[in-house]
Ligand binder design. Sequence first.
Ligand SMILES: [Zn+2]
Length: 341
Amino acid sequence: MNKDLHVTFLQMMYQLLPSPYESQEINHLTLAYFIISGLDILNALHSVEKEAVANWVLSFQVHPGTKPDPNNGQFYGFHGSRTSQFPPDENGVLLHNNSHLASSYCALAILKIVGYDLSSLDSELMLSSMRNLQQSDGSFMPIHTGGETDLRFVYCAASICFMLDNWSGMDKEKAKDYILLCQSYDGGFGLVPGAESHGGATYCAVASLRLMGFIEDSILSSCSSSSLIDVPLLLDWTLQRQGTDGGFQGRPNKPSDTCYAFWIGAVLRILGGCNFVDKNAVREFLLACQYKYGGFSKFPEEFPDLYHTYYGFSAFSLLEESGLKSLCSELGITDLAAIGV
Ligand SMILES: [Zn+2]
């Protein structure tokens, strides 16, 4: 893996996002998370102005005006971008609140990475209003005006509570019950109960249960029969995602794709099942997706994008590539950032 090339690639993205990313402007904080956390994994965070990054991220926090009401159904988190951000009206009432769970997860993750003390964040209203997004079945909506409810946003909510070290933002038992309903007959997890098992959904389920403390680390090395989930069946489904080309697919009959080396690899790391993986084969697949000017593509020999670049680094970190920082698999940031070093 050509680390120096990737550092240069991310530094260019840090200075200016190329025009193809215009259509993703609404997810600006998520793109920033890929860059900042990517530089951290590559041990190159020195090239980032940490205080400026923290102030930029904080500028997306929703401030509800003069009359905050945590029970009005709204969520007071972080906007994903400047274009979705509107100030309160002349009476201090926030008319357009587009704060989003995924943007809020990315905001807190970046703040942790650059060393901002999250205890100095005004998070009480954010947590109490987050409960407005939890549905009666335990799932979460990402935004108060509506949207899909599935495991992705359960994961975002669990990560937010974990990072703020305050679980008042969700009903953990209800969320757990929802996650358990999403485990399919084949051992993987679907995004919603009854849906086809999928690598990303399986990551969200297992990482959420780990963050919430419902499963222990390296559960395979303990008595798995007492676990909430069917661990042997999950392990079987997960290991079958590695293809003959060495890469991982997100579900059966799909081609191998860089990002699943992380989504599936991280599940195996949490379960303690990494030793069952053909690591050299994964490495070979990922190197085929490494672009000659930096970054990783989805499939071999294509152009890179930030999303697959970030999960390429994450996968290499799981493979313990020298020179890369170790990853806190369930939180999606480095171990050092997770513990606040
Ligand atoms: Zn992908």
